[in-house]
Write a protein that binds this ligand. Structure first.
Ligand SMILES: NC(=O)c1ccc[n+]([C@@H]2O[C@H](COP(=O)([O-])OP(=O)(O)OC[C@H]3O[C@@H](n4cnc5c(N)ncnc54)[C@H](OP(=O)(O)O)[C@@H]3O)[C@@H](O)[C@H]2O)c1
Length: 297
């Protein structure tokens, strides 16, 4: 296909390389033009403006830092929006806000252009090795038209439906999970280290018990199904254990904000009479605070 690619940073450059390697014809634009040189050497055309990269293309990717960068490259003078032809699709892979994704949906639709939101999971090395996971949403026909492009970027693709901004919600939720996991890992490593356990020893326990284990998968299934009973491990016991971890943290002078938050959540669950539910009913407490009813989606 005839493609445009806007944004050749750590992620954009390897993604664009993979589209070229898949046999597509590429016109690229980057604010700092020198970064386009490796692609020019591989046969890509280098455009002087985002509009020029979009002109005549069937689909144009953007992979830019943030909302501001995407707004400038799309709606600025000589922006993508002014160059993209009717029926051509903007594929937005940057991690941007849900609000901007909705604005892009409307702006492209009113110009007779398509819009597919397709953020990616994976770091630059994964992009280079074609190991990204893409989450895509948008009008069905447009997503299907872009499927071969999205498949050329990674090891797989989840299509989320016709509301483009759903892909941005999923991407942001995924990054929230990673950030929470890192905070939890950081707190656990700090507590064990300050208590005299070598990080490499705790890492060995972590790798043997938690990493690549079905634990995360299992809890995600329970929360998704809202199946908190019968309990495999009760919330009351969860409260006890997080309390014990906090006691140990206090003794070792290790602040553990995530553990404090968890203690209050478990305590609230027990106070509401849910102490005998599975401790994964943490998911139910969060859902309730968000005004969600059991069993509704
Ligand atoms: N790195 C990761 O592991 C990763 C993983 C998944 C998703 N993401 C997301 O992917 C997107 C790109 O990330 P990255 O790591 O590739 O970032 P990066 O290396 O910092 O590249 C940012 C790109 O945005 C361009 N840019 C920034 N401000 C601009 C502006 N005002 N106008 C025009 N272009 C502008 C930069 O151009 P210049 O070259 O001129 O600076 C560059 O091409 C981000 O939304 C990020 O959250 C990153």
């Amino acid at each position: 296909m005839k493609l445009g690619f806007i944004g050749l940073g750590n992620m954009g450059l390897p993604m664009a390389k993979n589209l070229l390697a898949a046999g597509h014809e590429l016109t690229v634009w980057n604010r700092t033009q020198a970064k386009a040189a490796p692609l020019r050497d591989k046969g890509a055309r280098v455009a002087g403006t985002p509009a020029e990269a979009a002109r005549g293309a069937e689909a144009v990717f953007t992979m830019l830092s943030d909302d501001h960068a995407v707004e400038e490259a799309v709606f600025g003078s000589e922006g993508l929006h002014s160059g993209l032809g009717k029926g051509a699709v903007h594929v937005s892979s940057s991690t941007i806000s849900v609000a901007l994704s909705e604005r892009l949906t409307e702006a492209h639709a009113s110009a007779g252009q398509g819009y597919v939101s397709a953020p990616v999971f994976g770091r630059p090395d994964a992009a280079e090795a074609k190991q990204l996971w893409v989450v895509a949403a948008g009008a069905k026909a447009e997503v299907e038209r872009c499927r071969p492009l999205l498949e050329a970027l990674g090891r797989g693709l989840t299509v989320l439906g016709e509301r483009a901004s759903a892909a941005n919600v999923v991407k942001l939720s995924g990054n929230f999970l990673i950030a929470s996991m890192m905070e939890a890992l950081g707190e656990a490593f700090a507590l064990t280290r300050k208590s005299g356990v070598e990080p490499k020893v705790f890492l060995e326990v972590f790798q043997s018990v938690f990493a690549r284990s079905p634990i995360f998968e299992r809890y995600a299934q329970l929360i998704a199904a809202e199946k908190y009973s019968p309990a495999g491990f009760t919330m009351r016991l969860g409260l006890k254990d997080v309390g014990l971890a906090l006691d140990a943290g206090r003794a070792a002078e290790v602040p553990m904000p995530l553990a404090s938050l968890l203690r209050d959540s478990f305590l609230s669950g027990v106070a509401q009479g849910h102490g005998d539910l599975d401790w994964s009913a943490l998911g139910a407490l969060v859902a309730e605070r968000a005004g969600l009813k059991r069993g509704s989606s």
